[in-house]
Design a protein around this ligand. Structure first.
Ligand SMILES: [Zn+2]
Length: 164
């Protein structure tokens, strides 16, 4: 007999579980899991994860704005230069990602400080970026306009080779 993953737990088993004498399986439906995977969106997100790792390695796990490093215990993020939502084709291009510490990227617990962050003050950071890498914004936008479509599954294979 096939056991349904959603089979209710018996009172006896629950009692044993509470006493630490039994385990309760909390299985996710395998069908549900499968439906989530292997869509274009799934592959793209996996690509973004790898592209961020590639960019952070390239930048030596160091915030390009303030210089804080992973080795010093700071969280280093991969920050998109052209926003991921608007420039989807560029979302997994390591060229479009720079390493920033969590503070310079999203602010967070430092929100009330006078130091700006990429997401809280995009205009300030856009100016900083343009001064530091003149013409890079335009080059990235130009690159984006040449891409007509992305096969994310193929892109993932390419990126996997880069991080291997
Ligand atoms: Zn920083």
């Amino acid at each position: 007999m096939k056991r349904s993953p959603l089979k209710p737990i018996s009172a006896k088993r629950l009692k044993l579980f509470k006493e630490g004498k039994a385990t309760i399986e909390l299985k996710k439906s395998p069908l549900k899991k499968k439906a989530k995977k292997y869509t274009s969106s799934y592959f793209r997100k996996e690509c973004v994860k790898l592209a961020k790792i590639i960019a952070k390695k390239r930048d030596s796990w160091k915030c390009l704005y303030c210089g804080r490093t992973k080795a010093e215990g700071w969280q280093i993020h991969g920050s998109h230069i052209l926003p991921e939502g608007t420039y989807v084709y560029m979302s997994a291009d390591p060229e479009n990602i720079i390493a920033l510490c969590s503070r310079c990227h999203v602010g967070g617990v430092w929100k009330n400080s006078k130091e700006p962050s990429w997401h809280e003050d995009p205009i300030y950071f856009a100016k900083w970026f343009e001064e530091k890498w003149p013409g890079k914004y335009e080059a990235l936008r130009a690159k984006n306009s040449t891409i007509k479509s992305v096969n994310w599954e193929e892109k993932l294979k390419e990126l996997k080779k880069c991080v291997a």
